[in-house]
Ligand binder design. Structure first.
Ligand code: AMP
Ligand code: MG
Length: 482
């Protein structure tokens, strides 16, 4: 543990030089910062003692009012394809990398403020973030982590006391997130489109040296790993019913982390065409498009890397993507029905189940979660379907097949270890937002955090948080502005 705020900084990204970023202090927008929430689960990643959460300096540092001693605040420059179109230069328009910390395990972690003010890359934006979107990102990144899905992490939300204009005036906040890296596909595209091949190579070398040291001297193997990690991450999204919402290349992590939570959503009533982003009118980032978009984005990355890795090398690697994705996705789906990851003999069961779920709009999370109960109380499962007839038929077939595998108790236990009881449903996030915004009550964030941090436990005292929206939340529209 460090002594209070003396972080073991190791500013590796900054050593790349100033064509990669603009050095800039936070604007200091929160004159009266107040703590909304801090996450004792993430603090150890940067060696931060949790006692510091209560100190006044904590608020000053993590609102951007004061520079963290030894920090090297910078806004990164990157570019990207947005909704399939080349968007040119983007960059950290409201994010600030305070610095990188080398923790006791030797891992480098970025500390990044989001909403700390304008940067040279803010374009038309105000550099701010609102309490609503900070709570959503805070809770969802921790939910994803607990589900075993690679993601950025959440350290804290500090309210600024400032009002920020979105569709309406909303309370402002600064969110601090941690990630092994915030380098995106768009970083590589930026230098490729600038024809700055030296910088492109320096960036590749930096990423390989720091995050893929096993591939030093082998750009091809590194690229194959990026393809594989991206495919694996998206397979996990699909298996848990997560929709990212804005899979632009500037939101794609080079480390295969789920990054930049905006209008995300977990599917409730199953619909493969689910679009969580209301401004995505064409459904480019619909749930069932995500695997294909992952590949599209990797093609954009391969194109940007072409001066370093020729297309004759990247093309065959990209052609492996579908196989890798299917390998991971099939393994996960088999486990969701209680089969061994490599046992393909019952694939028809989960494939038919998805068809049934889609035709009857059953709740994605509960349909899998209640499979364990279905052995003793079939009605708890069939009641999730509008027409119990086909559901009962499927369930009979399922029980028959699984009983043939033997060891029913073991299967039932395994089902509850892979099928979460809790995901971050929009209405649950909204309940935490409402309590925070309307009553300055942050206990709901605390409660939801506890549930999503242990999503496989039943939490019988809070079980309704794992259910679809109660009536007073029906028709909830989640704003896509952040
Ligand atoms: P996103 O798709 O939300 O990850 O953001 C796309 C780009 O817009 C990134 O360059 C962001 O930094 C920038 N951006 C988003 N919101 C704001 C804002 N309120 N102020 C400045 N830049 C922003
Ligand atoms: Mg982004």
């Amino acid at each position: 543990m460090i002594s209070r705020f003396e972080f073991p900084f190791d500013h590796q990204f900054a050593t790349l030089g100033n064509q990669f970023y603009t050095q800039i202090p936070a604007e200091g927008i929160g004159k009266n910062p107040y703590l909304i929430h801090s996450n004792s689960d993430a603090a150890p990643l940067i060696g931060l003692p949790t006692e510091t959460f209560q100190s006044p300096e904590f608020l000053d540092y993590f609102s951007g009012n004061q520079s963290l001693p030894g920090s090297h605040p910078l806004a990164m420059v990157y570019s990207g394809h947005q909704f399939g179109q080349w968007a040119g230069q983007l960059g950290d328009g409201r994010a600030l990398l305070l610095g990188q910390v080398r923790n006791a395990d030797g891992d480098l972690w970025d500390i990044q403020l989001k909403g700390g003010g304008k940067t040279p890359y803010s374009r038309f934006g105000d550099g701010r973030a609102v309490v609503r979107s900070c709570i959503r990102e805070y809770l969802c990144s921790e939910a994803m982590h607990a589900l075993g899905i690679p993601t950025s992490r959440a350290l804290c939300i500090v309210g600024t006391g400032e009002s920020v204009q979105r569709e309406t005036a909303e309370p402002g906040a600064v969110f601090t997130r941690l990630a092994r890296s915030h380098i995106r596909f768009g970083h590589f595209e930026h230098f490729y489109y600038q024809k700055n091949h030296d910088a492109l190579k320096a960036l590749c070398d930096h990423v390989i040296d720091e995050y893929f040291p096993q591939h030093q001297g082998h750009y091809d193997r590194w690229f194959a790993d990026v393809v594989s990690q991206t495919a694996s991450m998206i397979a996990q999204w699909q298996a848990v019913g997560f929709c990212h919402g804005v899979m632009n290349t500037d939101n794609m992590s080079i480390l295969g982390l789920t990054l930049d939570y905006g209008p995300f959503g977990f599917i409730e009533a199953f619909d493969i065409d689910y679009v969580c982003n209301h401004s995505d009118h064409a459904g480019r980032y619909a749930y069932d498009q995500q695997p294909m978009i992952g590949l599209w984005n990797l093609h954009a990355l391969a194109h940007a890397l072409s001066p370093i890795i020729p297309s004759e090398v990247t093309t065959p690697i990209l052609s492996e993507y579908d196989l890798t994705f299917n390998h991971h996705y099939f393994q996960l789906m088999r486990q969701k029905i209680g089969c061994a990851p490599s046992d393909s003999t019952h694939d028809d069961l989960w494939i038919d189940l998805l068809t049934l779920m889609a035709s009857q709009r059953s709740d994605y999370t509960l349909t899998f979660r209640r499979l364990a109960d279905s052995f003793t109380t079939p009605i708890s499962w069939t009641s999730l379907f509008r027409d119990p007839g086909p559901a009962t038929e499927w369930l009979t077939r399922y029980h028959y097949s699984l009983r043939s595998l033997g060891a029913e108790d073991r299967i039932i236990t395994s089902l509850n270890q892979v099928n979460p009881r809790y995901v971050l449903r929009n209405w649950v996030a909204e309940s935490a937002i409402r309590a925070a915004e309307d009553g300055n009550d942050y206990s709901e964030i605390d409660k939801v955090l506890q549930l999503i941090q242990t999503p496989y436990d039943d939490h019988l005292d809070a079980i309704h948080y794992g259910d679809p929206a109660p009536d007073h939340y029906l028709g909830l529209q989640v704003s896509c502005s952040s």
